[in-house]
Ligand binder design. Structure first.
Ligand SMILES: Nc1ncnc2c1ncn2[C@@H]1O[C@H](COP(=O)(O)OP(=O)(O)O)[C@@H](O)[C@H]1O
Ligand SMILES: [Mg+2]
Length: 330
């Protein structure tokens, strides 16, 4: 596979399987650019999933630019932002990111005219820079904004040039320019009641201009592997129990009949073990105890966020996490 930038002599072909630590035949290669100052910093122990890499490779590396943008959706802390950053880190792609919210306007992306020393000057926004220079523009939490504020992106998503109204400049899209957005819902609003008042239903015409990549929480074995790689001082059985606890909260959060709407995310797990390690809990063996030994780290990273009803459910799950129920991964 060739990158758009393949005329650049500095691009090297590298094995896709090796880059993403996945079982992909060696002859499948991809163009890798030398990192620029805008290329995200690489996290070596990032866990890539085959389905994600397949779609991301098509989106970023196909010889013809994609018809539209990429919409990454999934629950919080599941790796939406980081999978894009880490993909770009591996391929040396320059990435600019910004966060979207209820107050965001298209001008935040295109740029603003400011008055300085009695004169007005136009400061281009991240969209203009990305389109001109062939950067990846990542807009996080797109479903936190007002749908009507995004219609100004329709033309760009269709591959059209951007006209900057303030200056009348016409910006042609660089062939390497890509637009990626992340959101908790796939644009349909909050169906499960987890994001009440924050996630908004998006305009179907906007959504029609994207290819969708779902980012679910890692499966048990993948998550255990990640946590053990990051926190090797912990006993495997203990971490495995913690992952089981997280999965139980995730199942309950998906179940409208259960009184728990806040799941333990991958981000929460990483923070919990980080805190446990700082508290010196890592050396303790799990054998004769329950998951309760992690409580000093679990309270401030997760349990404090729950109201009384939700907490009672989480406590019940915690109580059931006894060592005799440990299932070792196959
Ligand atoms: N597949 C993964 N491999 C390694 N770390 C991960 C993975 N997915 C998520 N993480 C870590 O979990 C945390 C949350 O990820 P993030 O991308 O910010 O989630 P989201 O954007 O979905 O809220 C980050 O610290 C990230 O590095
Ligand atoms: Mg994110």
């Amino acid at each position: 596979m060739n990158m758009q930038v393949s005329f650049d002599a500095t691009v090297t072909e590298q094995s896709l399987g090796e880059l993403f630590n996945l079982p992909i035949p060696e002859e499948v290669t991809v163009g890798v650019m030398p990192p620029s100052p805008l290329t995200p910093r690489r996290i070596d122990d990032f866990v890539f999933r085959m389905e994600q890499v397949k779609l991301l490779t098509a989106f970023f590396c196909s010889p013809t630019p994609p018809l539209g943008g990429l919409f990454v959706h999934g629950p919080f802390g599941s790796g939406k932002t980081s999978v894009i950053e880490q993909f770009c880190a591996r391929l040396g792609l320059p990435l600019v990111s910004c966060d979207w919210n209820y107050e965001s306007e298209i001008e935040d992306l295109i740029g603003t005219r400011d008055i300085a020393f009695g004169d007005t000057a136009f400061t281009p926004g991240p969209l203009v820079e990305a389109m001109k220079n062939g950067h990846v523009l990542l807009i996080n939490e797109i479903d936190r904004g007002r749908p009507s504020n995004l219609t100004g992106l329709h033309g760009i998503l269709d591959g059209a040039p951007l006209t900057i109204r303030a200056t009348n400049e016409i910006v042609q899209p660089h062939p390497d320019f890509r637009l990626v957005v992340t959101a908790n819902s796939a644009g349909s609003g909050d169906r499960g009641g987890q994001y009440t008042g924050s996630v908004r239903k998006q305009d179907p015409a906007f959504l029609d201009r994207f290819v969708f990549l779902e980012c679910v929480y890692m499966d048990e074995a993948e998550e255990l592997e990640l946590l053990m790689r990051k926190f090797p001082a912990f006993e495997g059985q203990l971490v495995h129990k913690l992952v089981e606890f997280a999965n139980d909260t995730r199942a309950k959060a998906m179940d409208v009949a259960a009184d728990l709407t806040i799941p333990v995310s991958t981000r929460t797990l990483l923070r919990c073990l980080w805190l446990a390690e700082s508290y010196g809990i890592s050396g303790i063996t799990f054998a004769a105890q329950s998951l309760d030994i992690l409580r000093p780290a679990l309270e401030p990273t997760y349990l404090f966020r729950l109201d009384d009803v939700e907490r009672a459910v989480a406590e019940k799950v915690l109580d059931s996490m006894m060592p005799n129920q440990v299932r070792l991964p196959a």
